[in-house]
Design a protein around this ligand. Structure first.
Ligand SMILES: Nc1ncnc2c1ncn2[C@@H]1O[C@H](COP(=O)(O)OP(=O)(O)OP(=O)(O)O)[C@@H](O)[C@H]1O
Ligand SMILES: [Mg+2]
Length: 348
């Protein structure tokens, strides 16, 4: 995923390294998502009991909620090797063939950004996922030979930030689909405590709760804010993070009480100020805030929708009364959530 918020390239590197350090390895260490955890536990036990590979799994949800983490946990719990790649990285069928033929029995083939597979690679993947064979034309011209390669019984774990962008035929080939949702404050507090323990950061209860409450429901952001608060505490507060230190460090980062950052507020500003009360298309929003439309759609909007600040309508995006109030702007009549607004505006 592209992640522009708060982080430059060097910090992104550092953050990826932190992701790896803090990633839970076992299902028991995975905090939250109780429905997903329970179902996965049953599927893993059933597959292991039968001595079979797991069915293909599709994971979807906004960035930073634990898709890659879960893929690794699945591989770890099944005791198999994970071969990670991403949709755009598989450039042609030959690359796919070489990966598939190297997979062992039960291995996990992790495809991040699975909605970005090319059409030809995606079509070659269908029979591989269904029949565990791969049709391959070796050589060129008159000497070309059609071969059928037999594959081991592997498991595809696909991850995507948008299930909607996945074609029906590909989606249908995943036997199991898990949707990851934003985490609640209690779960995020547990994640902050766990990470603080692993990184040997001193944080008190109130400090951990404050960081959790402002993490946009997202474990990766909770970890990022914890690290920033630690830097702040080191310089200003003898290394210990309490509520006051956490609040100050978040203020410096431009994160408000709801967890919204500058980009979130800029998007709301476009809707509430520049186009007050009128539906706005995704492309227009993206241009107005100088961001990629994918970033606005995948990173910014899901949390604003979750907060009830934004709705998608057939005509475009609309800010709700709550968004206007959050920005301290007068609420125009007729916007969703305003007194007398039509409930049909909520349809998306
Ligand atoms: N349930 C969880 N419990 C504890 N930590 C978690 C959990 N989910 C995610 N994390 C933490 O958040 C970090 C980001 O998670 P992960 O990389 O799995 O997200 P992702 O969904 O794959 O994101 P992206 O869409 O950007 O690839 C992990 O490294 C881990 O430290
Ligand atoms: Mg990931």
């Amino acid at each position: 995923m592209t992640e522009p918020r708060l982080v430059g390239p060097a910090e992104l590197e550092e953050e990826r390294a932190l992701d790896v350090t803090l990633r839970p390895r076992r299902l028991d260490d995975f905090v939250g998502q109780p429905a997903v955890r329970e179902q996965l536990q049953i599927l893993l036990e059933a597959a292991q009991g039968r001595g079979e590979a797991l069915d293909h799994v599709l994971l979807y949800g906004p960035p930073g909620l634990g898709k890659t983490t879960l893929a690794q946990i699945i591989a770890g719990e099944m005791g198999v090797t994970m071969r990670p790649t991403s949709g755009p990285a598989i450039e042609h069928q030959g690359m796919l063939a070489s990966i598939l033929t190297n997979l062992g029995d039960g291995d996990i083939f992790f495809i991040d950004e699975v909605h970005r597979l090319s059409r030809t690679v995606e079509e070659a993947l269908y029979p591989a996922m269904e029949e565990f064979s791969f049709d391959w034309v070796a050589g060129k011209g008159a000497s070309a030979q059609a071969l059928r390669l037999e594959l081991k019984r592997f498991t595809v774990v696909g991850a995507t930030t948008r299930a909607g962008a996945l074609g029906g035929p590909l989606r249908d080939r995943f036997g199991i689909t898990f949707r990851l949702d934003f985490y609640d404050a209690g779960e995020l507090t547990a994640i902050v405590r766990r990470s603080a323990g692993l990184l040997r950061i001193a944080v008190d209860d109130a400090g951990a709760e404050l960081i959790a409450a402002r993490s946009r429901g997202t474990p990766r952001i909770a970890n990022r804010l914890l690290r920033r608060a630690r830097d702040f505490a080191q310089v200003r507060a003898a290394g210990r993070i309490d509520a006051a230190v956490a609040a100050e460090s978040l203020a410096v980062l431009g994160i408000d009480e709801t967890g919204l950052d500058e980009l979130d507020r800029r998007v709301l500003g476009v809707l509430c100020r520049a186009y007050a009360g009128r539906p706005v298309g995704l492309g227009t929003i993206a241009v107005s805030v100088s961001e990629d439309p994918d970033t606005v759609e995948d990173v910014v909007e899901p949390f604003l929708i979750r907060l009830g600040f934004l709705v998608r309508t057939p005509q475009g995006r609309l800010a709700t009364a709550g968004a206007y109030r959050h920005l301290g702007e007068p609420v125009p009549s007729g916007v969703p959530g305003a007194a007398g607004a039509q409930s049909s505006l909520f349809a998306s």
